[in-house]
Design a protein around this ligand. Structure first.
Ligand code: ZN
Ligand code: ZN
Length: 362
């Protein structure tokens, strides 16, 4: 935003208590990612953020019964793509981070749980833009005209909601696995191979500890996308204060804590089974029954920093996502049919040459 546009917005608007006022000039201050302080948008003064306390894990039973509600947050919704966001006062007039339209209205809805902690933005939007620009140019399969003209547009810092879970697990299991072996018979001068399986029973116990298992709580960004730009330093997250959100938007969750805990358990089950199977030399799983108890379960509800932006090509939007802490990026770009076709033809040609070579050597 240009300085004059900022000033206009400032003079147009009555400042309310939800705004951080600069003690020097009374102007509005936002969170500065590179300085990790509050910065006045008018006189550039810097101020420390009050809390430096780290977030604490909470017992899971609290999540299931009486977690704190986020009362001071107002919820806005994009009427074009449905994204629900908490937007700090100075951002209201802006475009939706996810679809680029400015069809955003305030809705009467509770924001849900109050976040316990925030992983603050560490890189600023200019850096995120540079990362995105470099990334689009490096996309091999993108059309040349796209790589030349692509511009990273509408970059917005959005705090994304996640639940993280800690827990100890104790499992007992019993099942049947099989190991293959081969025998050969000779029929009419030809050798024929036969595969057999030796089955054996397995039984035992397995203990496993999980620390800060991250579960995405909003559908605005897919789990897959979040995994691609992870990690976030959720273990060192400071306690929530509204100041970290000033100048940014925050998505509200649409998967609640219980839903996320269930999802987390199914991921943990998958990990536990994988670890148990690793103990055995086997080829086939007949069945494996696992009984797991969960102990010392705690959770954190956190906001993690993501820059969302897009590039446009032939009238279509391609979203990209940048980790606001370490600058890792992922997203979609258009694909050139020609480049893919040539690669496929190239690979087929190599295979053909190899096969031809084998025949010649035969
Ligand atoms: Zn000031
Ligand atoms: Zn939208």
């Amino acid at each position: 935003m240009s300085k004059t546009a900022e000033q206009k917005l400032y003079s147009d608007k009555k400042l309310d208590t939800s705004v951080y006022k600069c003690p020097n000039c009374g102007g509005e201050a936002v969170f500065d990612a590179t300085k990790q302080k509050m910065r006045c948008m008018y006189c550039d003064s810097l101020f420390d953020i009050e809390t430096n306390e780290k977030v604490v894990e909470k017992d899971i039973n609290e999540l299931l019964s009486n977690a704190k509600v986020w009362k001071e947050a107002e919820v806005y919704q994009c009427k074009s793509c449905g994204a629900k966001e908490i937007i700090s006062a100075q951002e209201v007039a802006h475009e939706c981070a996810f679809c680029g339209t400015n069809n955003i209205v305030k809705i009467e809805e509770m924001a849900g749980l109050k976040p316990q902690g925030v992983v603050p933005f560490k890189v600023d939007d200019k850096h995120a833009e540079q990362v995105a620009q470099k990334w689009t140019r490096s996309k091999f399969y993108a059309p040349r005209s796209f790589k030349k003209s692509a511009k990273a547009e509408n970059i917005k810092g959005v705090y994304n909601p996640v639940f993280t879970f800690d827990c100890d697990t104790r499992s007992t299991y019993e099942g049947r696995l099989g190991k293959n072996y081969t025998t050969y018979s000779h029929v009419n001068g030809k050798t024929v191979a036969h595969t057999h399986t030796n089955y054996f029973n397995v039984k035992g116990s397995h203990a496993m500890k999980f620390d800060d298992y991250l579960i995405q709580a909003s559908s605005n960004i897919t789990t897959d996308t979040l995994v691609k730009i992870s990690p976030f330093s959720t273990n060192d997250a400071p306690k929530y204060t509204q100041d970290y959100l000033r100048g940014y938007a925050a998505s509200t969750y649409n998967k609640d804590g219980q839903h996320c805990w269930k999802e987390c358990q199914s991921w943990m089950k998958y990990d536990i089974e994988k670890q148990i199977l690793k103990k055995y030399d086997y080829d086939v799983k007949d069945y494996l029954n696992i009984n797991t108890t969960y102990i010392n379960q705690t959770y954190k509800y956190l906001l993690v920093p993501v820059y969302v932006g897009h590039t446009t090509f032939k009238g279509k939007l391609y979203n990209f996502y940048v980790n606001g802490e370490n600058g890792k990026i992922t997203g979609k770009t258009p694909v050139s049919g020609w480049k893919v076709a040539f690669t496929v033809i190239g690979i087929l040609a190599i295979i053909a040459l190899i096969v031809a070579g084998i025949y010649i050597l035969d």
